[in-house]
Design a protein around this ligand. Structure first.
Ligand code: 48F
Length: 263
């Protein structure tokens, strides 16, 4: 048996690889075509379709993992549902599923989520994790032109210790895919540029259609997708089904590709 199994690489090379690669990519993506805030199902599928079409896409996620609410289907149980026609997205991603009643499809949530994350990465989406978006960059006529970010742990430190200035990154389009929080929308609401409404009661047969129908440019430079759409427009609650998230992300990608082609 050989004396050593692994290559003769030590700590300093490993550290250089991590730090060097991270900041090389970060520097390149300080200016992107599209910044997607939030790595849930709507943000991931939007990013995947955009990057697959050749857009330069940076996704910002405050957690150290992607997937948002997609790991769990609902009620702490990891089976995820979609209603027709969204099973076509599961097919496209290669996620196995079965039909439990006409037009209702169920899949293993970890499998679906892992495939979606992999598809976004395969398409070329770059990811900043542990990164919190806490404000927007506004340019002429209050057009959204980027986001202000900081390391997520900084936001959990007492103000006296963590009076640390954030940095800003720029893009042609910003996407709010932050789910119920609608974090980017709220940055505009604080400045009186948008107004959120109150959620309606749960009614899946209305909510999924409405989320997809209302997905779009809510303010110049800002596209709102997924559950952030519900928060902005006060749509009925969705409950534990994900087709609306996937089709909202896909619709957003089409809208953005149209906008980018005019820039
Ligand atoms: O909540 P999330 O999964 O959003 P979504 O794509 O899907 C919603 C469904 O999961 C579910 C539902 C529909 O069936 O009701 O809730 O609309 O993912 C949102 C992601 O955004 C991140 C958050 O950690 C999560 O991964 N996020 C939220 N605010 C910020 C953020 C922020 N300010 N900066 C960075 N990431």
């Amino acid at each position: 048996m050989a004396d050593k199994i692994f290559s003769a690489v030590g700590e300093k090379e490993i550290t250089r690889a991590i730090v060097g690669e991270y900041f090389r990519e970060f520097t390149e993506y300080v200016e992107s075509d599209v910044i997607i805030v939030g790595g849930g199902p709507s943000g991931l599928i939007a990013g995947r379709d955009l990057a697959a079409a050749g857009a330069k896409v940076l996704l910002i996620e405050r957690n150290n993992y992607l997937g948002g609410g997609f790991w769990i289907g609902g009620y702490l149980l990891n089976k995820t549902t979609v209603r027709a026609p969204a099973q076509s997205v599961l097919e496209e991603l290669g996620v196995p599923f079965s039909e439990t009643s006409p037009g209702l499809f169920v899949a293993d949530a970890p499998h679906a989520c892992a495939k979606l994350i992999a598809a976004a990465c395969d398409a070329g989406v770059k990811i900043l994790s542990m990164t919190l978006c806490d404000d927007v960059v506004l340019r002429e006529n209050n057009r959204v032109a980027g986001v202000v970010i900081n390391w997520t742990p900084v936001s959990t430190l007492p103000r006296a210790i963590a009076a640390l200035d954030p940095v800003a990154i720029e893009s042609k389009i910003v996407v709010d895919g932050t789910g119920h929080d609608a974090s980017v929308v709220k940055c505009l609401e604080r400045r009186g540029l948008l107004k959120c409404s109150t959620f309606g009661a749960m009614w899946v047969e209305r909510s999924e259609d409405l989320v997809v129908q209302h997905t779009g440019e809510a303010h110049p430079g800002l596209i709102v997708i997924g559950m952030a759409v519900s928060t902005l427009y006060g749509l009925p609650r969705m409950g534990p089904t994900f087709g609306g998230m996937l089709l909202s992300g896909k619709k957003a990608a089409e809208i953005i590709l149209g906008l980018l082609s005019k820039k």
